[in-house]
Design a protein around this ligand. Structure first.
Ligand code: CA
Length: 376
């Protein structure tokens, strides 16, 4: 964090308001609108955040101990911990959350343990917290089977523990996939040490949702005030996703399924250039020569066979239609991003979108059921 002349700190704190629900309408944000209460689809929101007190405590204790590495992701946890209204919404898996869902017309939330999750706590503590998280999420799903589904948390720094926990969560707990809040102290799942986790995800038929977090060792983001959704978040998931694609992970695990949010973190817009540059770079030193594998397919292939995207935070018709067109109408899923971005006007904007009725139902409901194996 950068110390300013007046002694204040420029950095993570101050980029988020405590109250996430009230915003001034700016630019392309949707105008006021009424939610269609008789819409011919259920709204399944697929990137909905939650957390629990023991995890917040583990994050803040480690941050305060002085033992932790310089990690903006962990600092972000410390910042969120100081927002009581936000914590109230994140930590409730009952009446408060359901009342928000009812108000916003959301039939079902897919619960994702919020960034930065268990992968920033003291090494060795993450897997036990992941188990606790998954037990809590599974209980919420049992208590409200018609309102909640959930992805399993895991701490990738503990590879064997992650494999075991993914197996337990998908088997015994019957959760709906897995979630990782992108990098873990600058490491990514494309590194070979972590491939047993990819193998377990494929074997357990668990879609992996890679959700953003603040980039690692990134003062160049922090100093400019855009470590979050304005730059750092999408860039980090971009690295993670392209790392997986270009490492050959989907050739090694062809049934591995990856989900990324925020309109695919801008990646679909670049598929044409990815394919072009892949042909240009393959086999050349310093581009994709060296130890990089040659892929079995063009980069765009993996976006049509292994990758799905959600619309979290991008209720914008042209972007959604573009992604449906280039990736396929089965590969774009609705998400709200509760509680960070909640707006009844945005829900109404989806209802108004000029889209074939069957395609709209895929977007809002059917694709989520298919990807996350939601049967009830
Ligand atoms: Ca989110």
């Amino acid at each position: 964090m950068t110390k300013l002349e007046d002694g204040s700190e420029k950095g993570l704190k101050g980029h988020f308001q405590e109250d996430f629900s009230h915003r001034t309408r700016v630019g392309l944000a949707p105008p006021a609108g009424e939610i269609d209460r008789t819409a011919p689809y259920k709204r399944i929101a697929t990137e909905e955040a939650w957390t629990f007190p023991d995890l917040v405590k583990a994050q803040t204790d480690y941050l305060g101990s002085g033992d932790a590495p310089e990690d903006d992701s962990l600092k972000m946890a410390g910042m969120f911990a100081q927002m009581p209204s936000l914590q109230g919404m994140l930590q409730d898996l009952g009446d408060l959350r359901i009342s928000h869902m009812d108000e916003l017309g959301i039939d079902r939330q897919l619960l994702l343990l919020t960034a930065p999750g268990v992968q920033v706590v003291r090494p060795g503590d993450g897997t036990a917290l992941a188990r606790q998280a998954n037990d809590i999420a599974a209980e919420a799903c049992r208590n409200h089977p018609d309102r909640f589904s959930a992805c399993a948390a895991f701490d990738p720094r503990d590879v064997a523990g992650s494999v075991k926990e993914i197996e337990r969560a998908m088997g015994e707990l019957k959760l709906n996939g897995a979630v990782l809040n992108s990098h873990f102290q600058g490491h990514y799942l494309d590194e070979l040490d972590y491939w047993p986790i990819l193998e377990a995800l494929e074997a357990m038929d668990a879609a992996l949702y890679i959700h953003p977090t603040a980039p690692f060792n990134a003062p160049h983001y922090e100093d400019r005030g855009f470590f979050g959704a304005l730059a750092g978040f999408p860039h980090d998931v971009w690295v993670h996703t392209m790392g997986l694609v270009l490492s050959g992970a989907f050739d090694r695990f062809p049934r591995l399924r990856l989900v990324i949010g925020h309109m695919g973190e801008c990646l679909p817009l670049h598929l044409y250039r990815f394919d072009w540059m892949q042909g240009n770079a393959d086999g050349r030193p310093h581009l994709r020569g060296g130890n990089q594998p040659r892929l079995e397919h063009p980069v765009s292939h993996y976006f049509k066979h292994n990758i799905w995207i959600t619309t979290s935070g991008v209720g914008w018709e042209p972007a959604i239609k573009f992604c449906q067109q280039v990736m396929g109408e089965d590969r774009v899923l609705y998400a709200m991003d509760f509680p960070y971005q909640q707006s009844s006007d945005e829900v109404a904007a989806y209802d108004r979108m000029d889209m074939d009725a069957a395609v709209k139902k895929k977007l809002m409901e059917d694709n989520a059921r298919a990807v996350f194996r939601i049967t009830d």
